[in-house]
Design a protein around this ligand. Structure first.
Ligand code: NAD
Length: 487
């Protein structure tokens, strides 16, 4: 791999995300040669730690032993500064340390500032980085921020305005780790690499598209955050909107971040923003009750007993454009569902005339063709076609053409954070959410939220291990359709 050169400063560098995902991902980049001699890391948080103490923690996060020479060389690039992000004066200490490491490791002034912190600090950090001159080095400056990006359009805009005072849009990398997943990126390969697919990719041939992000677990230790967010903000505004825009967009002029984002934004702009009546008919929400060996959401630790927070969302999205008019996108996501998986089911229209099921043939009617994209845990595709059964007589039956990434290859699949750190080192924003995308997604989601906030939901309304409330089935059955994945 091409070696990349940069200093990394992690704010929240002793947090769960940093230890669990970020440092192990960087080590993978090191083993592959993307990071080698010319990189250094400054970890910061309010904790008091020495460089040595920090390196010990990093070693633990990698799960390596002191005898592992390669790991030790990697870890020797890690340094620590205790730093309160609200303490403006102290940024000069960081700046001096950064300049020093820049010289020592010949980093060419390239800097990546990673904010693995509560979003309420993003604006403050970005502002002080600039005011204290940390962004004045001669190389590139890039800012990575974690989700959530606001809790509605107004707060997202406020946050973005604050960041924009210090960083240009092309310097801001908003993490949506779904975009780092291999199979999400495969959506583009399958669509734009195959005549068979792209020529049918429209409302003449596709009946509907279904996106399901299903989680098997409940809220776990994120309860207090989640109860203030809910499935709509936590999953739909970001991950689902990103997946939907990749499915709905026109072919980009070239395969570059600028062109891809332009098409995604165009798609999101033609997404119909619902009025009150349409929002309440086209979206449903749910909250799980108690199961056999599972507490109800309201009885989980750190969740209020009368919480009206949704742990499930299903909805119908409509694009008002020439390609999609009349072809709905159905989406659903939730916690405590039957299984953990993410998939897209593209349901094609049935043949206009079914010559095989004329009464004299006693044949079952033809099934629709379905292209399923399995995103996780198993990555692959399945295309359902109709074929003739073997033997005398004439019966048709659905058969599947399947492709799955084999286990050996999936072991080599980079973790989302590894890919996203690599993209940031290259300055490639393709797999990050741009401000326009974020803002159009909020514009849509805010309308649903507004309607929901006016109504008292009847919760709980689904059992753990199901695929959500009955209302989610009714939503699609009303249109004389069914969820393709169902129990
Ligand atoms: P965490 O609570 O484990 O870590 C937060 C870090 O911030 C700690 O190192 C803490 O010392 C530091 N910090 C807090 N206040 C500070 C201050 N005033 N000055 C300096 N440092 C301060 O959180 P986390 O789970 O690592 O998450 C970090 C960010 O990533 C959050 O924005 C979160 O929403 C996001 N995120 C995390 C995950 C995950 O898997 N943990 C997933 C998605 C998004």
């Amino acid at each position: 791999a091409t070696e990349r050169t940069s200093l990394f400063i992690f704010f929240g560098g002793t947090g769960d995300l940093a230890y669990r995902k970020l440092y192990p991902s960087m080590f993978n980049l090191y083993k592959k040669g993307t990071l080698r001699e010319h990189f250094a890391v400054i970890g910061t948080s309010r904790n008091k730690l020495t460089d040595q103490g920090f390196q010990d923690e990093v070693r633990k996060s990698l799960g390596t032993a002191k005898s592992d020479k390669e790991a030790e060389k990697f870890i020797s690039h890690f340094f620590y500064e205790a730093h309160d992000v609200t303490d403006k004066e102290h940024y000069s200490v960081l700046r001096d340390r950064a300049d020093e490491l820049d010289k020592q490791f010949k980093l060419q002034g390239n800097r990546i500032f990673y904010l693995s912190l509560a979003p309420s600090f993003f604006g403050t950090v970005a502002g002080y980085l600039k005011e204290t001159g940390l962004t004045d080095s001669k190389g590139t400056d890039r800012l990575i921020i974690e989700k959530p990006f606001g809790r509605d359009f107004d707060s997202a805009k406020q946050l973005n305005d604050a960041l924009s005072k210090s960083f240009e849009e092309n310097q801001i990398f908003r993490i949506d780790h779904y975009l780092g997943k291999e199979m999400i990126q495969n959506i583009e390969a399958v669509r734009f690499g195959n005549t068979l697919v792209e020529s049918l990719w429209n409302n003449r041939y596709i009946d509907n598209i279904q996106v399901t992000l299903s989680e098997k677990l409940g809220v776990e230790e994120r309860a207090s955050y989640y109860d203030n967010s809910g499935a709509l903000r936590d999953m739909v505004q970001n991950h689902i909107m990103q997946i939907v825009s990749l499915l709905a967009m026109e072919q980009p002029v070239s395969f570059t971040d600028v062109d891809i984002r332009a098409e995604k934004v165009k798609a999101l702009r033609s997404l119909r923003v619902y009025n009150v009546a349409d929002a309440s008919t086209n979206f449903v929400r749910g909250q799980y009750g108690a199961g056999d060996s599972q507490r109800a959401y309201r009885d989980e630790d750190n969740v209020p007993h009368d919480s009206t927070n949704e742990t499930f969302v299903a909805g119908k999205l409509l694009f008002d454009n020439y390609r999609w008019s009349g072809t709905p996108f159905y989406i659903r996501t939730g916690k405590m569902l039957a299984d953990k998986f993410t998939r897209v089911d593209v349901v094609f229209k049935k043949p206009l005339i079914d010559i095989f099921s004329f009464p004299q043939n006693h044949n079952a009617p033809l099934e629709a063709n379905v292209l399923t994209m399995f995103i996780e845990p198993k990555a692959g595709f399945s295309l359902r076609l109709n074929a003739k059964t073997n033997g005398q007589g004439f019966q048709t039956m659905p058969i599947n053409l399947d492709y799955f990434v084999d286990d050996k290859d999936s072991k080599d699949t980079p973790e989302p954070y590894e890919r996203l750190l690599h993209d940031t080192l290259k300055g490639d924003g393709t797999n990050f959410a741009s401000w326009s995308e974020v803002s159009y997604a909020w514009r849509f989601v805010d309308q649903i939220r507004k309607v929901w906030d006016l109504q008292q939901p009847e919760f709980p309304n689904y059992t753990p291990g199901s695929m959500g409330p009955a209302a989610a089935d009714e939503l699609i059955q009303r249109d004389h359709r069914q969820w393709f994945y169902r129990l």
